[in-house]
Design a protein around this ligand. Structure first.
Ligand code: THU
Length: 141
């Protein structure tokens, strides 16, 4: 479970990061924020590149900020973008989240007006491959 105060904190952090998105090629600004298991919030925005494939998703930035803080456990992720369709994390970002999150972690999708949908990571990435699938998993806990 994630309390609504934390959802609000995630939404505000993601929206603030989205305002700094560098998306001159797609014009699609995205913000993301991760909630760690110790209740810290780390945000990121998408950062595109003239060499298109080098661009980075907002979720990747938020996860990098989390890792740089020393945290390693994601409880929830919120992604915010405009447009009619839900901005669910791309496949690569689902796997990035999986590295640091349990299957029951919450993935929240928002528009600028507020939360639109909530999923578990398991619903978005079933039967996933994570750190425990590799030999010597205990060494990385
Ligand atoms: N994007 C994200 O940052 N996160 C998502 O969940 C979906 C897509 C970015 C990548 C690219 O900069 C732009 O949105 C259009 O795909």
């Amino acid at each position: 479970m994630i309390d609504e105060t934390a959802v609000t904190a995630l939404f505000e952090a993601a929206l603030t990061a989205r305002a700094h998105a560098y998306a001159p090629y797609s014009g699609f600004a995205v913000g993301a924020a991760v909630l760690t298991q110790d209740d810290a919030v780390h945000a990121g925005c998408n950062v595109e590149n003239a060499a298109y494939p080098v661009g980075a998703c907002a979720e990747a930035g938020a996860i990098s900020a989390m890792a740089a803080s020393g945290a390693r456990k994601i409880a929830a992720v919120l992604v915010v973008a405009d447009g009619e369709a839900l901005c669910t994390p791309c496949g690569a970002c689902r796997q990035r989240i999986r590295e640091f999150a349990a299957p029951d972690a919450v993935v929240i999708v928002a528009g600028p007006e507020g939360v639109r949908a909530r999923f578990t990571l398991e619903a978005l990435l079933p039967e996933s491959f994570g750190p425990a699938n590799l030999p010597d998993a205990a060494a990385r806990d």
